[in-house]
Design a protein around this ligand. Structure first.
Ligand code: NAD
Ligand code: ZN
Length: 367
């Protein structure tokens, strides 16, 4: 039986179902909640090869006729050109407003498809079927959708909450190990933000999460609970939701500094290094104990994630250049930066007045 986590957004509340075998039950789960009988399924080539037939059969069994739109895999697919293809595909399938748009894939497909679903006919029913660990614990929940602009990542999009999220934990067996680890960094993030018992549990059970079985679903469900809580409290990120950016300030700077070259660093790896740095930095500012920073580093290293800047292959720009990536990424008021810092494992907080000079000397020491 799958675990159900509800995202409490009043009349827009929705369920996240987590468990194995959910693709085969997709039609039943969707038609129980939504009236439409037709669906557009948007996916990428990798995911289609491994899981599309199972999902199609699952939809048909529930009386839903799918039209499939297949995109190339990769971050470059989050573009205006591909958005246009998806929009056209949905319209060509003659879907009406009550019908559903289904995203079958990782965060790239989820973000692109959600945006298309948000603008076609001013908003269609949207269902997320996340297939990467990152998408199951993070991007499929919360309603942020969008594409990239040549001027930066995720700059164009809308908030559109899905009507249902089906996280089939079995599909993760075909995910490349490096992508699994990258998603794991975002899973561990919830422990580090405000669930110290989750982090302690992961330190003991992470191998079982990687292997599959009940611990995997349990960990994903806990992550979804954490994300659902934050989203229900602060849907549009005017406050608390920013805590989800733990590790992302350093992480985004490292992604930019490596030209978003996935061969060197994928997003979750940047977040892993970023979380380790955020703890180290907090300890340098005497906010957290160095033992907590060491604990984070030890765990990331144990699971095979990079945890320090020197783990990134190739040359990195110097500390000044890294700081400029950070200040580009966010508003700087009079030399002060907003950072997610921590008082220890599970005690992250939003610090609004971190001096850029402190960040610079920290980056020099840890380069
Ligand atoms: P992705 O969608 O590119 O998937 C990673 C790779 O794994 C791709 O090559 C994909 O084809 C492949 N893949 C996915 N599932 C598979 C499976 N089951 N078997 C085999 N291969 C599979 O990347 P991602 O890491 O899932 O997501 C990253 C994206 O998510 C970024 O664009 C990021 O901006 C976005 N994101 C969005 C939010 C949000 O709140 N909307 C949050 C975090 C990240
Ligand atoms: Zn992230």
């Amino acid at each position: 039986q799958p675990v159900t986590v509800e995202v409490g957004l009043g009349d827009r509340a929705y369920d996240i179902l987590i468990g194995s075998g959910l693709l085969s039950r997709a039609g039943e789960e969707i038609s129980r909640r939504l009236p439409g009988t037709r669906a557009a399924v948007v996916t990428d080539e990798n995911v289609a090869a491994a899981h599309l037939d199972t999902l199609k059969a699952g939809l048909e069994k529930g009386g839903i006729q799918p039209t499939v739109i297949t995109m190339p895999p990769g971050e470059k697919t989050k573009s205006f050109a591909h958005l246009e293809e998806v929009v056209d595909g949905i319209l060509a399938a003659r879907l009406e407003r009550g019908d559903v748009v289904v995203a079958l894939g990782g965060g790239v497909i989820g973000d692109l498809t959600g945006f298309a679903a948000g603008i076609v006919r001013r908003g269609m029913n949207f269902v997320q079927v996340p297939t990467s660990l990152l998408a199951q614990v993070d991007s499929s929940v919360g309603g942020k959708t969008g594409i990239n602009s040549p001027r930066g990542k995720n700059l164009v999009g809308v908030f559109l909450q899905p009507r249902l999220v089906l996280a089939d934990t079995g599909v993760l067996d075909t995910l490349p190990i490096r992508e699994f680890r990258a998603g794991y960094a975002e899973l561990a993030k919830y422990g580090l933000i405000d669930r110290p018992e989750l982090f302690a549990w992961l330190e003991v059970n992470w191998q079982k999460v990687f292997a599959g079985g009940p611990e995997r679903a349990q960990a994903i469900a806990e992550a979804c609970r954490a994300k659902a809580d934050v989203v229900a409290r602060d849907e549009f990120e005017t406050g608390d939701r920013a805590l989800l950016n733990l590790g992302h300030t350093f992480g985004h700077a490292l992604e930019a500094a490596t030209q978003y070259d996935g061969a060197r660093l994928v997003h979750g790896e940047g977040v892993a290094i970023g979380m380790a740095l955020a703890h180290r930095f907090s300890s340098r500012l005497n906010l957290a104990s160095p033992d907590d920073a060491a604990r984070v580093e030890t765990h990331l290293r144990a699971v095979g994630l990079p945890w320090r800047m020197s783990d990134i292959p190739g040359e990195l720009p110097d500390a000044e250049a890294l700081l400029s990536f950070i200040t580009q990424d966010k508003k700087v008021s009079r030399g002060a930066l907003t950072f997610i810092l921590t008082r220890g494992i599970g005690q992250a907080f939003i610090a609004k007045d971190v001096p850029a000079s402190e960040v610079l000397s920290f980056l020099r020491e840890n380069h």
